[in-house]
Design a protein around this ligand. Structure first.
Ligand code: GAL
Length: 645
């Protein structure tokens, strides 16, 4: 079964609306509802006094209606009484402003009062609802990410640093504090990277990000453990946000959740961008979950806030897009939210039941989606396999947010996304992998702008190439070690021998500038003064700067180095023997294989004849063509063994 449903807030409505919800959920074939995400003030109206009546009724009602519940702990939004009792637990921004309640997510995760109160309400919920027949999954908190620079944060940061470095001398060394008179002579002098006069210390900033991810993780795991204590078999998770802003190390966090759940809000103003973005989010979510099926915890039924003007999802997109996530491994397609709020800051946010009610395009499409997901239920549990992996690293991402780099226009996420996009356009399904992962199952591994390279951290990459793997490393990689200190002697520090090159200088390009290569192609974003130390030069800069793209045989494998952002990876894919999921598809037609199912999406405006035929799971018909703006899901047809063999 593919789960379908979303955030459900009955506490915002009256009994007549609940009755309508029951009926509409049946009509839309909703299977699951996420309850309680921001309900703290209603569940605990005063410190230590609880009102669970409405939640008891809600769970019983949903259960009676055949709907399972993902029960949230409400700790992302402490009630006003909490602020008054514990003003020191409110978030302080980097410039020293203390925030107050009135929105949500206003708390410091390092504040003892907040942690105590959060654990208390989570424990109450665990005691009361673990084992409740409606509750099939726990959803801790919501989108962990609020950062704080207060004194509690400072204290916790120092504890984390003591743990990591053991001595103050080691911190001074790692942070290069002999620069600009920053040397610390007592632990108490160390602060979070608060607002300061000029460029902050990049190593301090990086460590603060690492620390904060760990601090939030501790806040998560203590709630999770409490739930597990009451119900050892409970499935516990939290929802990761995959936005441009990423305050947690998702690889590390993924080990602590029972299933990876993501929120994905699409920019629907650009069609192609949107489809590529779904693939990008879904491939990451699946990889974070070790290749196993994952949960799309939130998406929007229509209106999404993109750059100040809300963009709507065009007719039919919600079904197609949802299938896009399923094709890449989602076993749950959930929304924020079930019913659009009548008031509050998100009153204009889309929902499966809009303000106009069920007689609406959006609700009709919700029903259509419910039917579609029910019809393809057998896909659940099957897994996607990829031949290519992109290395994705939280440390490199965070370090590249530093302000003192050779270019302000280099974005780590932008580079990861650009490489993913090239692979997506080539019809190749891609996984993501963390540094240190066993890469032996992949034909090709791409390491885009792997800025931080701990010497030992690249052992797995080296082994992979030595044993016959194909590797492609792109520019501005291997520049610093894990303490954010330069690898001296030429870049990419620890991988120079594998790549057979040495980078002497960076020549970042301005946005929009293209640099010509002598093979007729061109590069953008970056260029470098690169020397071959044994690598074969595949293309050079036409202006005479020197080699641009190289290839080096190392052990039984091949290692490419790209000192600029190319337009495609075709030569590399060909050399590595990577072919598209379904060769011969025109641009705009996307194919993904999940278990014995082949999903084909036609995002274009002309029918596409497929190179294979099979039975479409959506219609039960044998199909050879995919109509514009639609999808087919072909299953293995024993008569035509060429498909999915
Ligand atoms: C998510 C959040 C939801 C809702 C939604 C609006 O980030 O988890 O509670 O605010 O955004 O798009």
């Amino acid at each position: 079964m593919i789960g379908f449903g979303g955030d459900y807030n009955p506490e915002q409505w009256d009994p007549a609306t609940w009755a309508e919800d029951d009926e509409l959920m049946r009509r839309a074939r909703v299977t699951t509802a996420t309850v309680g995400v921001f309900s703290w003030a209603i569940l605990e109206p005063a410190e230590g006094s609880y009102d669970f009546g409405w939640l008891d009724d809600t769970l019983d009602r949903l259960h009676g209606n055949g709907i399972s519940v993902t029960l949230a702990t409400p700790t992302a939004s402490p009630p006003p009484w909490f602020t008054f009792a514990h003003p020191d637990a409110m978030t302080v921004t980097a410039d020293g402003t203390r925030l107050t309640h009135g929105s949500r997510d206003t708390y410091c995760a390092a504040s003892p009062a907040y942690r105590e109160a959060a654990l208390r309400i989570a424990t109450q919920l665990a005691r009361r609802y673990c084992g409740h027949p409606a509750v099939t999954r726990w959803h801790i908190h919501n989108e962990y990410g609020t950062i704080c620079w207060c004194d509690h944060a400072a204290e916790a940061f120092r504890r984390w640093l003591r743990d990591r470095y053991r001595s103050l001398d080691a911190v001074n060394e790692a942070w290069s504090t002999s620069f600009w008179s920053q040397r610390y002579s007592a632990w108490e002098q160390i602060l979070p990277p608060r607002a300061t006069q000029y460029l902050p210390n990049p190593a301090q900033s990086l460590d603060f990000k690492r620390f904060w991810s760990d601090e939030l993780l501790a806040a998560y795991t203590e709630q999770r453990d409490e739930i597990r204590r009451h119900d050892p078999g409970a499935e516990v998770t939290t929802n990761f946000i995959l936005a441009a802003w990423q305050p947690i190390d998702v690889w590390r966090w993924s080990r602590e959740v029972d299933v990876v759940a993501i929120d994905h809000y699409l920019d629907t103003t650009d069609e192609t961008e949107g489809h590529a973005d779904i693939a990008f989010a879904a491939d990451r979510a699946r990889s974070f979950n070790g290749g196993r099926p994952w949960v799309l915890m939130e998406q929007a039924a229509s209106l999404v806030n993109t750059g100040g003007v809300m963009a709507h999802r065009a007719a039919g997109r919600v079904v197609m897009d949802s299938l896009g996530y399923v094709a890449r491994g989602a076993d749950d397609v959930l929304f924020f939210q079930w019913r659009a709020s009548r008031g509050g800051s998100e009153m204009y946010h889309a929902a499966l039941v809009p303000h106009t009610g069920p007689v609406s395009r959006i609700f009709r499409e919700a029903v259509q989606l419910g039917e579609t997901l029910e019809c393809i239920g057998e896909v659940a549990g099957s897994e996607v396999r990829a031949d290519v992996a992109i290395l994705y690293d939280a440390d490199s991402r965070w370090a590249l947010e530093t302000r003192s780099l050779p270019s302000d226009h280099l974005s780590y996420l932008g580079q990861i996304r650009a490489i993913h996009r090239m692979l997506w356009e080539a019809g190749v399904t891609t996984d993501f992998a963390p540094l240190g992962a066993d890469l032996s199952g992949y034909r090709l591994v791409v390491a885009p702008t792997l800025y931080i390279m701990p010497v030992a951290g690249v052992d797995a990459i080296r082994r992979y190439v030595r044993e016959g793997g194909h590797l492609a490393v792109t520019f501005f990689s291997g520049i610093v070690d894990e303490a954010h200190r330069i690898h001296l002697g030429g870049y990419p520090g620890p991988l120079r021998d594998v790549l057979g090159v040495r980078v002497e200088e960076f020549h970042p390009l301005r946005p929009g500038v293209t640099i010509a290569l002598d093979d007729g192609s061109s590069g953008t974003v970056w260029s470098e003064l690169l020397r071959s130390e044994g690598a074969e030069v595949m293309a050079s800069y036409a202006d005479g700067l020197g080699p641009a793209i190289t290839r080096h045989a190392y052990g039984a494998g091949i290692a490419w180095y790209l000192s600029t952002q190319p337009r495609s990876l075709h030569d590399i894919l060909r050399t590595a023997g990577v072919s598209p999921v379904l060769p011969g598809l025109p641009p705009g037609v996307d194919a993904v294989r999940r278990g014995r199912y082949l999903f084909v999406f036609n995002h274009g405006d002309t029918p596409t004849v497929l190179p294979v035929s099979g039975t479409d799971l959506l219609t039960g018909q044998t199909v050879t063509t995919v109509q514009p703006s639609s999808a087919v899901i072909l299953t293995h047809d024993p008569e035509r063994r060429q498909l999915l063999a």
